[in-house]
Write a protein that binds this ligand. Structure first.
Ligand code: SF4
Length: 313
């Protein structure tokens, strides 16, 4: 089992050999239990298993496999809400709430605030997003990324501290929380050791060599709608395909275009000056960038399937 502790040596970070075959083919030696209380209230004081839910493809599949008994059970699930997910993600989250409720799995939704509104609010500190900058001398740059740690990691960690029975900044060397993380086999390089000794990170999808594509197949085979991609509406990391998905929702697209314009007016323009900031890497206003697919441009698409970024390998 892939478990990363704060002191895991690098050789422990890619323990993929001997992992299982297709998704769901092997059932974990799960130990069902009904202890879903915070750590301090559990009679055995065993580490709590906390599933980090992003509500995207991988973590949704992880959650559903856990509920289906194909993976070791979780005691809690936590979703950190940036307040700026696309409507499809919030609709999907409502569905997941029902699935957790039916399974008796507490789902906690935590939030630092609305990342979009906070960025535009002069009274809030700006948690920098990875914006595409055009510097005064014409060079390109990307602004520092603080948004993930402030809007995703910090609220998740605060809730885990609470469940672990720890006060803010209280030190603890005892393993109290196992964080179950939905990183798939095709992106195993994203695995990281935890920041604190009381947390151990676990990666069940990596252990079973389950890729993102396998996750989609698992959802299809089990009669679920495919989960949407989860990320902020105006995330500067979006590919053109992701921008097209945003564009397909007129409200979300208008929201992203508006935010992109506001990067170069008012508060944010002042903060980022003399550079100019953009959401798209072409460093042009979002509504002026050509984000059409090759098919939309009238070019032939020879691969009528989802691209996994592995063509030619
Ligand atoms: S999805 Fe993008 S904008 Fe939102 S928190 Fe993550 S990196 Fe930042």
């Amino acid at each position: 089992m892939t478990r990363l502790t704060p002191t895991s040596p690098p050789s422990d970070r890619h323990p993929v050999s001997g992992a299982a075959g297709p998704p769901g083919a092997e059932r974990a030696s799960a130990t069902p239990h009904d202890m879903r209380h915070p750590y301090a209230e559990t009679p055995a004081k065993r580490p709590l298993r906390v599933l980090s839910l992003g509500a995207g493809v991988q973590s949704t599949t992880l959650l559903r496999m856990t509920i289906a008994g194909e993976l070791e059970p979780a005691d809690h699930a936590i979703f950190a809400d940036t307040g700026w997910e696309p409507p499809a993600v919030y609709r999907h989250l409502e569905q997941l709430k029902k699935e957790c409720e039916n399974a008796g799995l507490p789902l906690h939704i935590v939030s630092k605030g609305n990342i979009r509104n906070d960025a535009l609010d002069p009274d809030q500190r700006f948690a920098s997003m990875p914006l595409h900058l055009l510097k005064a001398n014409g060079d390109n740059a990307i602004s520092r990324r603080q948004c993930t740690s402030e809007y995703k990691i910090a609220p998740l960690l605060a809730k885990q501290r609470e469940l672990a029975g720890l006060k803010p900044r209280q030190r603890c060397n005892e393993h109290r929380i196992t964080t179950i993380i939905g990183i798939s086999f095709d992106e195993l390089q994203r695995m990281k050791p935890p920041a604190f000794p009381w947390i151990v990170n676990e990666y069940p999808l990596v252990d079973r060599r389950i890729t993102r594509h396998d996750c989609l197949t698992w959802n299809d085979q089990h009669g679920y709608e495919r989960p949407p991609r989860s990320s902020c509406i105006g995330c500067p990391f979006h590919s053109n395909a992701e921008w097209r998905a945003i564009r397909d929702d007129p409200e979300a697209w208008a929201d992203a275009v508006d935010f992109d314009h506001k990067l170069r007016t008012g508060r944010l323009a002042h903060l980022l000056a003399p550079s100019k900031a953009y959401l798209h890497p072409e460093r042009r206003p979002l509504d002026e960038v050509d984000i059409r697919s090759e098919e939309e441009r009238g070019q032939l698409n020879m691969f009528d399937m989802e691209c996994e970024g592995m063509c030619g390998i």
